[in-house]
Write a protein that binds this ligand. Structure first.
Ligand code: PLP
Length: 356
């Protein structure tokens, strides 16, 4: 009888992320303010050829490389960072290898690492969610071939200190080190300038978050040219769709749009922190477009009750060290006003002790 590979069958099934969402979607860290109007204007001007011909990546790849200050041969455009992770892990991991990553973190690391047949080694984080630098270095072995670090991390919003990332790169020259900078625009921090010094460093960026292009599925992976050559060999020739390639230059050209979204996120994130603190609800400092809040034993009910009011947030209570935690994407000021209108009632219905 036909059976899928053992490694693939070991991948834990993850619950469906969405189903027919409507209302206010603060559950997937999307840009709810929307992309640049320049992107929409270009979309409306596209022709039949833009849809009927196979999409050529190279010109836009060169544009993104110039934007990031790297050479085109160091960069691959991908179908979101999801595909960047898949290709990088497939290129560098195999049965018997070890993939290390701090937890809690982005769930695609264990999925794609497990699929290669590699052993996954989860590095626990304390409840303060600080980057577990010493524990990670202590877990290195000669079989470590991949270290995946989201910075800022999802779902915690924590930033891995540059000093610790450098020490990790130095301690593991035999391992690929992926620094996933999906939320870079909100933190301003990047490891890109370290690429010339570290042949084992890979940086991933997405256009799903600050640029508001999640539906187009476009991101990129950057690394040393000789290693990116291996990743290029694996990549499907037409992995990034033609609409994404036609529209990304417009999004890149409108940096004012990105900056004003980032400013609004920082303002609304501070407002949300203050609102939660008023109710005695703990949050953690976030460098992303989201905030993690501790709703204690009420986390699932809180999420369900908010959904009844048409507001979707993400229950992360099952993640390691995250018991009681709910992740809220920062929306527009108007969306957050709706959230604040719903909040007292939702807390009362869930039985949260209303402190004020
Ligand atoms: C840390 C991190 N990396 C990667 C991604 C996936 O990004 P993309 O939409 O580019 O696949 C996400 C999405 O939420 C994320 O949180």
């Amino acid at each position: 009888m036909l059976k899928a590979r053992e490694a693939v069958l070991r991948i834990p099934q993850i619950p469906q992320l969405t189903s027919g969402r409507s209302g206010i979607c603060l559950d997937l860290n999307e840009n709810t303010a929307g992309c640049s109007p320049r992107v929409l204007a270009k979309l409306r001007s596209l022709s039949a050829a833009d849809v009927s011909l196979y999409p050529e990546r190279a010109a836009v790849e060169a544009l993104v490389a110039a934007h990031l200050g790297v050479r085109p041969e160091q960069l691959l455009l991908t179908n979101g960072v999801d595909e960047a992770i898949l290709l990088l892990f497939s290129a560098f991991l195999g049965p018997g290898d070890e993939a290390l990553y701090p937890v809690p973190t982005f769930p695609m690391y264990p999925i794609y690492a497990t699929a290669t047949g590699a052993r996954t080694v989860e590095i626990a984080t304390d409840r303060d969610f600080r980057f577990p630098a010493a524990a990670l270095r202590a877990a290195l072995t000669p079989r470590t071939r991949m270290i995946a670090i989201a910075s800022p991390n999802n779902p915690t919003g924590a930033l891995a200190p540059r000093k610790e990332l450098l020490a990790t790169l130095e301690a593991a020259p035999h391992s690929a080190v992926l620094v996933d900078e999906a939320y870079h625009e909100f933190s301003g921090e990047t490891m890109l300038p370290e690429l010339p010094r570290f042949q084992n460093l890979f940086v991933a960026r997405t256009f799903s978050k600050a640029y508001g292009l999640a539906a187009l599925r476009i991101g990129c992976l950057v690394g040393a040219a000789e290693h990116m050559d291996a990743v290029h060999r694996l990549a499907p020739p037409f992995n990034v769709n033609g609409l994404a390639l036609a529209l990304l230059p417009e999004a890149l050209a409108d940096q004012d749009h990105v900056s004003s979204y980032v400013v609004s996120i920082k303002r609304e994130r501070a407002r949300l922190e203050a609102a939660f603190s008023k109710y005695g609800i703990r949050t953690w400092p976030s460098h992303g477009n989201f905030l993690l809040a501790d709703l204690g034993k009420w986390h699932a009910e809180f999420t369900a009750e908010l959904a009844k009011d048409g507001i979707h947030v993400r229950d992360r209570g099952a993640d390691p060290a995250c018991s009681g935690c709910v992740r809220i994407t920062i929306g527009t000021a108007a969306e957050m006003d709706c959230f604040y209108s719903a909040l007292p009632g939702v807390l009362q219905r869930t039985g949260w002790h209303v402190a004020v």
